[in-house]
Design a protein around this ligand. Structure first.
Ligand SMILES: *Cc1c(COP(=O)(O)O)cnc(C)c1O
Length: 396
């Protein structure tokens, strides 16, 4: 069988129209390049769409998560439960504040943090119990306060985690929840908007996300106090009544420019059709890849009452050599990405805390078998068929 370049399908593409280009040009012609009308328009659009009381635009999803951690006051030596099966930014937001991440394994269907393991970890922690030493990192935790502050959960690939279970456990133990919804703008959990299921949530707008601003993010929350704090921290620590050179808090420059906000404001006008476009492509994949030997398709939880597809990740059967599949597909002109590599396997985390892959068997298995195939809302039926044909040739 030969593997010559036959196709040319991009891994992902943003869905941009003349409307976006016109809005960005409008900023270029005007006076306000930062903190102007488009920022307000964009924030309002996200509030209207999600029902959030507050939406705070920032210059990346990572920045949004960092502000969430700061606003909750999680800090040096605190412990927070999170997931190893995510993009590194979710854990990095904790590490910036020298928080010690307690990783628990994930649900084998969705890859989302397993609520029963969160409950198990919290119960054991509160009891000062026998399993606790297993939860702690092998090094790097000595002499810390050992306060378990909360959970940072991630809506993996656009599907919300099981927040009712997670919140019940947290509420009973004085813990708070941050929702990393950077992959899930538009998804609904039991008809509630992803992003609003914890104390605060964060969306991200890198070019492969549901909407893009080039780079950018948005925090949403229904908590007035947290919102005021995060607005101040975004803007160099200026509290509401501070003047330009007054800074009540140690803050950051995490502001989003008007150019990015203009792009985002227009994308939000088109949000329903952007999400529908991604759903259509996902449906085509389900048609195209149904019953393909060796390929497991994404699973949907009944709690996800509306999908919002971020990436399309298939799982290969254990006996298939994923690297070989990646190589052959690439030779055919079909790019793919392993999804995810475990956060606990990153060299800086291993070195600091000594977590090991085998500590998280489910996440490790998903990480070994997961393969993101080309996906965006602008893919054509024909491109989906090409990916299907390439997979059939490589696996067949
Ligand atoms: C995209 C993403 C982020 C944040 O991304 P930025 O590039 O900082 O905007 C955070 N967490 C997850 C799970 C993501 O997928």
């Amino acid at each position: 069988m030969d593997y010559q370049l036959k196709f040319n399908v991009p891994m992902s593409s943003p869905d941009l129209s003349d409307e976006e280009r016109e809005a960005v040009n409008d900023v270029m012609r005007g006076r306000s390049l930062s903190m102007g009308p488009y920022l307000e328009m964009f924030e309002r659009a996200v509030r209207d769409f999600t029902g959030a009381a507050h939406a705070i635009a920032v210059n990346s999803g990572t920045a949004g998560l960092h502000l969430g951690v700061r606003a909750l006051g999680w800090s040096d030596g605190d412990f927070v439960i999170t997931t190893p099966f995510s993009f590194v930014a979710s854990t990095n937001a904790l590490l910036y504040e020298r928080i010690i991440p307690i990783f628990v394994d994930v649900d084998p269907r969705t890859g989302n943090i397993a609520p029963e393991l969160v409950a198990w970890a919290v119960a054991d922690w509160e009891a000062g119990g026998t399993k606790r030493e297993k939860l702690l990192p092998r090094r790097g935790a000595a002499g810390k306060s050992r306060d378990l502050k909360g959970v940072l959960a991630v809506d993996v690939f656009g599907q919300p985690a099981d927040y009712d279970s997670i919140r019940t456990v947290c509420a009973a133990n004085g813990m708070r929840v941050i929702e990393d919804s950077c992959e899930a703008l538009g998804a609904l959990y039991k008809d509630r908007a992803a992003g609003l299921l914890g104390a605060m949530g964060v969306y991200a707008f890198y070019p492969n996300k549901q909407i893009t601003t080039g780079e950018g993010g948005m925090i949403v929350t229904n908590d007035d106090e947290l919102a005021v704090k995060m607005r101040a921290l975004r803007n160099q620590g200026r509290a509401p009544n501070d003047t330009w050179l007054e800074h009540t808090y140690l803050g950051y420059n995490y502001r989003m420019s008007e150019l990015n906000a203009a792009l985002g404001a227009v994308q939000m006008r088109r949000i329903e059709s952007l999400i529908a476009g991604r759903q259509r492509v996902a449906d085509w994949y389900f048609e195209e890849l149904a019953d393909m030997d060796g390929v497991e398709l994404p699973a949907k939880e009944p709690t996800t009452t509306r999908d919002s597809w971020f990436v399309f990740v298939i799982r290969l059967a254990s006996e298939i050599d994923r690297n070989e599949v990646i190589r052959k597909l690439s030779a055919l002109g079909v790019p793919t990405r392993p999804y995810f590599a475990l956060i606990t396997d990153m060299p800086y985390l291993r070195e600091k805390f000594g977590y090991q892959t085998e500590d998280y068997p489910v996440a490790a298995d998903l990480g070994r078998r997961g393969l993101a195939i080309p996906f965006s809302g602008v893919m054509t039926r024909d491109q989906v068929a090409q990916v299907g044909a390439a997979l059939r040739q490589v696996l067949g």
